[in-house]
Design a binder for this molecule. Structure first.
Ligand SMILES: [Zn+2]
Length: 247
């Protein structure tokens, strides 16, 4: 019997049988694990509120046999009430956990990914940060963690420093007019992507979505899909395609 005590983020849950759910967690020290939450769909279940998607929890799990763990005890690490009060923040969170769920890594711990994920939830829970570019910035950080950060300081094809007019996720960066392929990149989009990758993210998120936000969201999305080699459903439907006109 294997016992686990760890911090975890709930990536998603799905039904199993009459009243059970399977809860997919990304834990700090044990990677992705699946928990069979028995009776969680009954009204009286004590686990119900703590094992919902996007929950940030402390778990005590026990593995008996098979692929599933059983939850002994689950407590909120953070209640994330600001995140949970806004559809925009929830959707941004879903876009992020869907990508994490697509990482092929069962039982392989990756504390770097856990820390990024926890930070994203706390950022989305902070009312002083705008959620629009949170998924995009998370995707770029994840690529960087994997050694696949896009090139944005020169043409990824010929090395020319500028002007850079396009971004192609397939070749992994910005391109000059002679080499261009992929998305058109405006000067505002280029400036924004450089700020995000260059360590100015906190200030970017404190502003209303700046010019170029729609482009950058699409580029980040394409880059992460290219990296994992498949289309991501939730992320695609919630990524802003144009900067919001009301700010
Ligand atoms: Zn070039």
């Amino acid at each position: 019997m294997r016992e686990v005590e760890d911090d975890a983020v709930v990536l998603r849950t799905y039904k199993s049988g009459e009243s059970d759910r399977v809860v997919v967690l990304w834990t700090r020290e044990h990677g992705k694990v699946r928990v069979l939450a028995k009776g969680i769909r009954k009204i009286t279940s004590k686990l119900g509120g703590t094992l919902e998607a996007l929950a940030y929890v402390r778990v005590h799990l026990v593995k008996t046999r098979g692929e599933f763990y059983i939850a002994r005890q689950v407590q909120h690490r953070e209640r994330l009430t600001t995140l949970r009060s806004s559809y925009e923040r929830i959707n941004a969170g879903y876009a992020v956990v869907e990508v994490v769920d697509a990482i092929p890594s069962d039982d392989v711990a990756d504390e770097g990914i856990f820390d990024l994920l926890a930070r994203v939830l706390l950022t989305l829970d902070d009312a002083s940060f705008d959620p629009t570019l949170v998924p995009a910035s998370f995707f770029f950080r994840l690529l960087a963690l994997d050694g696949s950060e896009p090139v944005v300081d020169s043409c990824v094809n010929c090395g020319r420093e500028g002007p850079l007019v396009a971004f192609d996720a397939q070749v992994g960066g910005t391109l000059c007019a002679a080499c261009r392929s992929g998305h058109t990149l405006s000067p505002e989009g280029l400036a924004l992507i450089r700020r995000i990758l260059g360590g100015d993210l906190a200030n970017v998120l404190r502003e209303a979505p700046p010019p170029g936000a729609g482009e950058v969201a699409m580029i980040a999305q394409d880059s992460i899909e290219q990296h994992f080699g498949r289309r991501l459903r939730v992320a695609r439907s919630t990524a802003p395609l144009t900067p919001r006109a009301d700010r």
